[in-house]
Design a protein around this ligand. Structure first.
Ligand SMILES: NC(=O)c1ccc[n+]([C@@H]2O[C@H](COP(=O)([O-])OP(=O)(O)OC[C@H]3O[C@@H](n4cnc5c(N)ncnc54)[C@H](O)[C@@H]3O)[C@@H](O)[C@H]2O)c1
Ligand SMILES: O=C(O)C(=O)C[C@@H](O)[C@H](O)[C@H](O)COP(=O)(O)O
Ligand SMILES: [Zn+2]
Length: 359
């Protein structure tokens, strides 16, 4: 594990800065000659995070704020059109900068809005949730949902920079913090067994800036090798074939839908099962994975009537090859394969495994 905090990490043409003061943001803005500065927030980050940013960029006062409603249910084309409309109203041109200040919903949708507005303007990510700091803000996947199909419209577009300040996490509620922990654990499971061992027993609130940075280091090592997900990058999708289906299903059917991290925690148990049954993951390692996710995440109860809907959602997964549903599966803790395909019977078996486990 990274023991010393590095001030920044180099990614694909940009740097990820780790600095609680966000001093680099002002330097970045000043060093480029932007015609307009726009800050995208949601209602919560307007309240809790915008004042922090304003204090960090005292010499930058000439900017406009675009605020969207918070939550996954608003990561869609309607809100995106609202963002584009406001960008036009504020007179944004190609030399404008969009600062995405928020969790993964804001960084995904803002990145998408920026990467398509006038065929692409600069954007930077200022992630304010644990999940966005360890995962969503890095790597250049942008996008929106369509109905309950996750991230189905989007681009690969790299930000000009990412600025991570752990100060933002002080106002984040616990459920959101734990949701982000799922992606931290995922990074250990797919790439770094020692890191997994060091974080699996922690409480999410015990994660330090060093854990956050190490998580970014792990993700960054993958995305810099394969920025547009031709191969290796698919390992970052461990848990997501089933997890995204469960997240989409929950969004459409539950009064209090699962958060992304909660859904992929369920997905990682199911895909852990597939890893054990199909991909050589040892039983003891599988049991350890199950215990880890059950320690940190609430059980999600469903019955078999949702299986057709879940399979239908999985047919949209971007790792699929024709009719074959694609997975990234572990072969050991810390090692993951991609382009593994499982049939309907095996997928249903994994869903049944989880259903009976939590009932
Ligand atoms: N692009 C990628 O590589 C990538 C990776 C992982 C996840 N994602 C996407 O990220 C999204 C989930 O992101 P998320 O978990 O950050 O959710 P989110 O953006 O919905 O934020 C969670 C909640 O916390 C609030 N919030 C944000 N920062 C806050 C702060 N500092 N203090 C108080 N409240 C705050 C938000 O308003 C929201 O209500 C999903 O859409 C997922 O698909 C993308
Ligand atoms: O960066 C990646 O690549 C990932 O897969 C990270 C995931 O944690 C993230 O949820 C991502 O948005 C999923 O992408 P998708 O291509 O499955 O929509
Ligand atoms: Zn994810």
């Amino acid at each position: 594990m990274t023991t010393l905090m590095e001030p920044y990490i180099s990614s694909t043409g940009y740097n990820v800065f780790f600095d609680d003061t966000l001093a680099g943001l002002e330097t970045f803005i000043r060093s480029a000659d932007y015609s307009r500065i726009l800050i995208l927030t949601d209602r919560n980050t307007s309240e809790h995070c915008l004042p922090v940013v304003q204090a960090a960029i005292p010499t930058v006062s000439d900017y406009d704020v675009i605020e969207v409603d918070p939550g996954e249910e608003n990561k869609n084309i309607d809100f995106c059109m609202g963002i584009w409309r406001m960008m036009l109203d504020f007179g944004a041109d190609r030399r404008s900068l969009l600062i995405n200040l928020g969790g993964g919903v804001v960084t995904d949708m803002g990145g998408f809005a920026a990467s398509t507005f006038k065929r692409g303007i600069d954007f930077v990510q200022v992630p304010t949730t644990l999940l966005a700091q360890v995962d969503a803000s890095v790597g250049g996947k942008t996008g929106i949902d369509m109905g309950n199909v996750k991230n189905i419209i989007g681009t690969f577009a790299q930000p000009r920079a990412v600025f991570i300040s752990t100060r933002f996490l002080q106002t984040l509620d616990r459920r959101q913090l734990v949701s982000g922990f799922a992606e931290v654990i995922k990074h250990g499971l797919i790439k770094d067994a020692a890191f997994y061992a060091s974080v699996k027993g922690l409480d999410a609130s015990d994660l330090t800036a060093t854990h956050i940075q190490h998580s970014v280091v792990l993700k960054n090592a993958v995305v810099t090798q394969d920025p547009t997900e031709k191969g290796l990058r698919k390992i970052l999708n461990f848990g997501h074939t089933i997890g995204h289906a469960i997240e989409g299903y929950s969004l459409a059917n539950d009064s209090r839908p699962l958060l992304h991290g909660e859904a992929i925690a369920v997905g990682m148990i199911c895909e852990g099962y597939l890893s054990y049954r199909l991909n050589g993951l040892e039983e003891a390692s599988f049991n350890d994975l199950v215990a880890t996710f059950r320690r940190h995440f609430p059980d999600y109860r469903y019955d078999a009537t949702c299986y057709d809907a879940l399979l239908d959602l999985m047919k949209n997964d971007k790792k699929n090859d024709g009719d074959r549903i694609g997975f990234a599966l572990l072969n050991a803790i810390g090692a993951c394969d991609y382009d593994v395909f499982a049939g309907k019977a095996e997928i249903l078996e994994s869903l049944e495994f989880y259903r009976t486990l939590v009932n």
